[in-house]
Ligand binder design. Sequence first.
Ligand code: NDP
Ligand code: HSE
Length: 432
Amino acid sequence: MDRKIGIGILGLGVVGSGIIHIIKENKEMLYKKIGSNLSIERVLVQDIEKDRNVTLPKKLLTTNPDDVLKNPDIDIVIEVIGGTDDAYIFIEEALNNRKHVVTANKDLIALYGSELHDLAEQQGCDLFYEASVGGGIPVLRGLTDGLVSDEIQEVMGIINGTTNYILTKMDEEGVPFEEALQDAQKLGFAEADPTADIKGLDAARKMAILARLAFHMNVALDDIETRGITNISLTDLEYGKQLGLTMKLIGMAKTHNDTVEVSVQPTFIANVHPLSAVKNEYNAVYVKGKAVGETMFYGPGAGSLPTATAIMADVIHVAKNIQLGITGKSGPIIERSARLSPPHLRTSSFYIRLHVHDRVGSFAHISQLFQDMDMSFKRIVQTPMKKQQTAEIILVTHQTSLESFTNAMNKLQQMDVVKSIESYYQIEGETV
Ligand code: NDP
Ligand code: HSE
C-alpha cells in the first residue's frame, strides 16, 4: 500500500506557487527519495478567485485556516504567508495540533524562534526554516549539520536579494534607486512591504537567525546595528570604482572572546574579495570556523523556485524523521543571550567622504587630527568642486578600532575646515 504524507500550505504567492510546482513536477523522484507520496491536502489563501501562476483544483483552496490547521489528513504545515501576526497564530496552532511546521518566515523566527522551538519540542514536532535565510542556499543546514563539529568565529554575507539587485543595477547600469526597486518587486524578490528590505531589517532578522545557529546565543534584534541602502549615492559608488571597491549590504557577526558583534550596513568590499562578485538577487554567506577555516555558501537568495527548493529540503527532512520516528528533536542548542563586543574590540578600515573649505592648510589640519589619534590613511583623493571654494576629500583608513574611528568622526565634525561629512562606510577585504 502507498504511504502518504499530507501537506497543508498556508499561502499561495511567489513561494507557495513554487512549492506546488516542485511537488507536481518532481512527484516520482520525490517518491523514490522519501518512500512516501507527498499529497497536497489544502492551501490557505485570502482570495480564492485570484488568478494564480499555478493550476490547482479549486476545491483544494480555502480561506478557513482550520481546514489546514485542524485537518487530520495533514502531517506537515508549510507557512508562506509572511508577517508576524496571523503567521504566528497559525504556526502555534499547527504545533498545538501536533503538525510539523516548515516556514520561510525570517521575521517570525528571528523574533519568536526560541519559543516556537520549545513548543515544537514539547509537541514532538519538527520546526524547520531553511528558506528563511539565503533563499535557495542551504546555509542553515551548512551550519547545523556540515559545520556542526566546529567552533564558528565569523559569519559575513550578502543576505538580501532585493538590495543586492538594486545596488548591482545602480552600480553597473546607473539605474536610479526607485526604478531598480520596482524591478525587484516585479521579479518577486522584495517583501510585501519593501521597507524591510531597503532599510536593512530583513537582513538584520536573517543575521539574528544566523548568529543564533552559529554561536548558540540569542541576539536581540535591537542589538543588531542596522543601516539600510536608502541613502547610498551614485557619487560614492563612482569613487568606489576608482578605489577598487564595490558597495554591498553586508550582514556581519563576529565573536571576540565571549562577546559578539552583529551588524547590517552598506559596506565597501574590496574587488579582490569574493563577495564583491555576488550580483543581482544572488546571496553569499562566508563562514569562518576554527577548524575548517574559510567557507562560502553561494546561490540565489530570493525568488519562487529557489526558495521553494529550500522549503522542500525541509519537508523531505521532516518526512524522513516521521518515518524514523525521531521528530521533535530539531531545536538548536542555545547557551545564553549574547553579550555585545565593546567598540575597542571591533576593528575595520573605513571610507570617509568630506566636503572641506578649499583653502591653504585645510588638508594639513585634517591629517594632523588623524595623526594625533594614531590613525593612518591608505588612500587619499582630493577633488576641487564646482561649488565655490569647496573641495571633496575621500579618505581610506588602515585598520582601526570602531572606538578610534567614532572619536575621529566626532572631532572632524567640530573642525572649522570641515563643511560636512557626506558619508562613511566600513571596508572589508584588502584594498590595493
Ligand atoms: P506573497 O505576498 O507572494 O504571498 C503571500 C501569500 O499568502 C498569498 O497567496 C496570500 O493570499 C497569502 N496570505 C497572506 N496573508 C494571509 C492571511 N492572513 N491568511 C491567508 N492567506 C494569506 O509572499 P511570498 O510568497 O513572496 O513570501 C512568503 C514568505 O516567504 C514570507 O515570509 C517571505 O519573507 C518569505 N520569503 C520570500 C522569498 C521570496 O523570494 N519571495 C524568499 C525567501 C523567503 P492571496 O494570494 O489570496 O492574496
Ligand atoms: N525579500 C527577501 C530578499 C526575500 O530580497 O532577500 C528572501 O528572503
